[in-house]
Design a protein around this ligand. Sequence first.
Ligand code: NAP
Length: 256
Amino acid sequence: MGRVEDKVALVTGAGQGIGRATALLLAREGAAVAVTDIDGQAAETVAERIRAGGGRARAWTLDVSVEAEVAAVVAEAGKEFGRLDILVNNAGITGANGTAEETSEADWDRVMATNAKGVFLCTKHAVPLMRRAGGGSIVNLSSVYGIVGSHNVAAYHASKGAIRIMSKTDALAFAEDHIRVNSVHPGFIWTPMLEAGAQVPGVAPEAVHAAMAKLHPLGTLGEPDDVAHGILYLASDEAKFVTGSELVIDGGYTAR
Ligand code: NAP
C-alpha cells in the first residue's frame, strides 16, 4: 500500500526538477498524477515514464499564470481521475538577477505572475474539487528565500514571501473543509533552475557548485528527491494534523 494510494494529485511545473521528482514519487506511492507544465512535451515525457512503470498519469500543457488555462486543466484533471486530493504548486521562475533598484517592472510582473499569482489561481480552482472530495492537501513551493533575504533576485524573494503567507491564510480559510495548506522551503537544490543560475562568466561551473554547497552547513546542495519526500509527507494522511506550517529542507541554510 503506497503512502498516497488511490489519491489524485496535480503537480505544476512537473516537466523537470523538483516538480518532476515529486510527480514520479507521488505516482510510485500510489497516486494518479496530472502532470502539468508550461512545456507540454516535458510533461508528456514524465507522464509516459509513470505509465511505463505501471502508474496512472496524464499530461497537460499549463501556464499557471493564465486563469482560463488553470480553470480548464483543473476541471479536465478532475474529470479524468474523478476527484482531486493533492495540489502541488511547484511551478516557479527566478527572474533576472537584481536588487529592487535594478529590477524592471516587466520582470517584477513576470515573476509575481508565475510564482504568486500562479499559486493563487491553482488554489482557487482546486479548492471546489477538493471540497467535493471531502478534503485535500495543498503544498506550495516557497524557498529559503521566502524566509530570509539576500542581495539579489528581489522579485523572487517577494514572490516566495507571498507564497509563505498565502499558505497560512489559505490554511485558515479552508481548514473547515479539511483542506490542509502548507509551504515547503528548499535551500539550493541542483535542478535546471539552479544550473541556469550557476552560469558565472569566467568561473568554472564546478567552482560555482562548490561555493553554493558551502552556503549550507551540511556542505552539499540538495537533490530534487530531498524536497519531493517532504512534499510526499505533507500530501499524505501522515500529515493529517499539519496545516499552515513551513517545512524547511535546506541543509541548515537558515539555522544560523
Ligand atoms: P525548474 O528546474 O526551473 O523547473 C520548474 C518548471 O516549471 C519548469 O519545467 C518550467 O518550465 C516550469 N514553469 C515555468 N514557468 C511556468 C508557468 N508559468 N507555468 C507552468 N510551469 C512553468 O525549477 P526547480 O528548481 O525544480 O524549482 C521548482 C520550485 O521550487 C520553484 O517554485 C522554485 O522557486 C522552488 N525552489 C527551487 C529551489 C532550487 O534551488 N532549485 C530552491 C528553493 C525553491 P520551463 O523550463 O519551460 O520554463
